[in-house]
Design a protein around this ligand. Structure first.
Ligand SMILES: Nc1nc2c(ncn2[C@@H]2O[C@H](COP(=O)(O)OP(=O)(O)OP(=O)(O)O)[C@@H](O)[C@H]2O)c(=O)[nH]1
Length: 599
């Protein structure tokens, strides 16, 4: 029976690894939504790649029934949110469908970057926040310290924070009681004109596009004629329903409820996240507030290793584009790599995931160039262009000024590592904005950093200088002029456009030397000498050579041992899979990525 006062819509927000998925599982188990003992571990993390990497990307939702201690039965909609910094836009829109959130903090770790970032998103969305200290089973858990951190850093009263262990199932009922008593019921009128907020959508091979909605006002039913208020697209509703956690059709979705609709929508691109669905016959006067559109921030070139796979790659990126609004692409041609695509992503993780999906789901073997950010270039003729591919940077004499994107980054780190982190940020051309002691042992550093320095290898280095104890969050702020230059790599005098990079002037010399020496170590010896040079304009700043190969590798397989010889040749062929012929020289994939790594 529909009773809006008995509905609770909530999310779990947490820093990565603080136990969000484990807690969600406990809640599912406790409410009996998943009885099957063989349930896939962590039901809410659906995609394979997610499971493999142990991270949550796509927001999911599930409806649960909970009989509270007061004897009343409640309908709980648990809306999952992704935890990674690349996907904070998905967190934000999932939160827009909720009235409350469980803020899960690891009681042995304390407040981390995404704890705070996600908590701010929840506060912006006016949510009731219930702090939960998880992992209290750990001997290193220190709930009092973490309560204090929550109060000091976030400014949230944490005295009544729930102590829980998702692993051992401690605190689950207390959490559910808090959900029903502290989080307000949704408001809305099921009789009013329809206003349904679209907060997610994805493609399902059986259902077509599935759209996740939060009904704010009115009632949504099958066969209803609907209109998306921003895009103007109209559809006839096929089915409506809920997740239990599997898709279950219902007769209607009413004000305050969360669920899905299908409507013979062919591609995810046709649905704008943040758009409002209304009824064609009796439209709402105005749409609900939407979300900021997502924008690609990191770019790289993707090329088929075998140029015969170009058409397949084209089809694959088109398909992916239709179903991933955060992914962008345009055709690109490289003298070295042939035909491919310049693709845009939210961040590095998104980039890796997309590449992996393309290779796995479409059976492609791809070569990716080093990731780059988008530079704003003011030209002498007064025009402004954005350059996402280093190879397309106009010649120096045409450029008035290059501006690089900068981010504001918050770094949470134990006191002992403050020195090394500051050193790293300096090295990355960062500017310190603030430094705050959160507790005796934990420090929050705020820096302004060039985005391209982060794209390169910031995470890895931060991890290594802090032994994995730092956490970060960042947002793009603005563009600032920087003395950037384009550096070309020449192999046997031929510039390899896919290896060009844009680098700060002060670092060019060092990077050039480092790069050619890296390349020397990854380019296999060939039958002739290979000369590798780094150049800025026509000025060569570094040079190395790969000595020619003298012997035939199979020569030592004397005589008739054909199988051994064949094996050796096959092994070589395998190794060649990811090689690209540039002129006469074979360049392995590592070469294109070696521009990424710095020492
Ligand atoms: N000791 C202990 N370990 C826990 C507890 N809850 C979760 N863990 C472990 O912590 C790790 C991370 O838990 P997840 O539930 O995957 O964390 P998450 O926040 O969902 O991580 P993302 O999906 O990456 O955002 C796993 O190895 C869990 O087994 C707990 O209460 N106690």
């Amino acid at each position: 029976m529909y009773n809006i006062n008995k509905i609770r819509n909530f999310s779990i927000i947490a820093h990565i690894d603080h136990g969000k998925s484990t807690l969600a599982d406990r809640i599912l188990e406790f409410t009996g939504a998943v009885t099957d003992r063989e349930m896939k571990q962590q039901f809410l993390d659906q995609m394979d790649i997610e499971r493999e990497r142990g991270i949550t990307i796509k927001a999911q939702t599930v409806r649960l029934k909970y009989k509270a201690l007061n004897g009343e039965e409640y309908i709980l909609n648990l809306i999952d949110t992704p935890g990674h910094v690349d996907f904070s836009y998905e967190v934000s829109r999932s939160l827009a469908a909720c009235e409350g959130a469980l803020l899960v903090v690891d009681a042995s770790q304390g407040v981390e970057a995404q704890t705070l970032a996600n908590c701010y998103l929840a506060i912006e969305n006016d949510l009731e926040i219930i702090p939960v200290l998880n992992k209290i089973d750990l001997p290193s858990a220190d709930p009092e310290r973490v309560k204090q951190e929550i109060e000091e850093v976030i400014g949230l009263d944490a005295q009544d924070a729930i102590l829980a262990s998702a692993k051992e199932g401690i605190g689950t009922q207390e959490i559910l009681e808090a959900v029903v008593h502290q989080i307000p019921a949704p408001t809305g009128d099921p009789e009013a004109p329809l206003q349904a907020l679209i907060f997610d959508s994805w493609f399902d091979p059986y259902q077509g596009v599935v759209v996740l909605v939060r009904i704010v006002n009115g009632t949504l039913k099958p066969d209803m004629k609907i209109r998306m208020m921003a895009s103007g697209n109209t559809y006839e509703v096929g089915s409506v329903g809920i997740f239990t956690p599997t898709l279950k059709k219902t007769d209607s979705l009413q004000a305050g409820e969360v669920g899905f609709i299908t409507a013979a929508i062919k591609q995810v691109r046709d649905v704008q996240i943040g758009d409002t669905i209304t009824e064609e016959k009796r439209p709402a006067l105005k749409p609900l507030p939407g979300f900021k559109p997502v924008k690609s921030m990191v770019f790289c070139g993707l090329y088929p290793v075998d140029s015969g796979q170009y058409e397949q790659l084209k089809e694959a990126v088109e398909k992916l584009w239709l179903n991933d609004p955060a992914f962008s692409y345009e055709p690109e041609q490289s003298a070295a790599l042939g035909f491919g695509f310049r693709c845009g992503f939210l961040g590095l993780l998104h980039m890796e995931i997309v590449k992996e999906r393309l290779e796995r789901e479409f059976e492609l073997t791809l070569l990716s160039t080093a990731p780059s950010v988008s530079y704003k270039v003011l030209l002498k003729d007064g025009s402004t262009i954005y350059v996402q591919n280093p190879a397309q940077m106009p010649p120096q004499e045409k450029i008035e000024c290059i501006m690089e994107p900068r981010v504001r980054m918050e770094i949470y780190v134990p006191r002992a590592y403050v020195g090394p982190v500051m050193g790293l940020c300096d090295e990355k051309r960062g500017k310190q904005l603030d430094m705050k002691y959160l507790s005796q042992d934990r420090v929050l550093l705020t820096y302004e950093l060039p985005f391209n320095e982060i794209v390169l290898d910031f995470y890895d280095k931060l991890k290594s200088v802090t032994r994995g104890y730092a956490s970060i969050d960042y947002e793009l702020t603005d563009y600032k002029p920087a003395e950037m230059v384009k550096m070309d790599i020449l192999i046997n005098k031929v510039p390899v456009d896919a290896l060009s990079i844009i680098v700060h002037k002060d670092k060019a010399y060092y990077r050039g030397r480092e790069l050619v020496s890296k390349l020397r170590s990854v380019i296999p010896r060939q039958l002739f000498e290979v000369v590798i040079q780094a150049a800025i304009g026509s000025r060569v700043i570094a040079r190395e050579r790969v000595a020619p190969l003298r012997k035939d590798v199979t020569a030592k397989c004397y005589g008739g041992d054909i199988t051994r010889k064949r094996k050796l040749l096959e092994k070589q062929k395998e190794g060649k899979k990811r090689m690209k012929q540039v002129g006469r020289v074979e360049i392995p994939q590592e070469a294109f990525l070696s521009v990424l790594k710095t020492d």
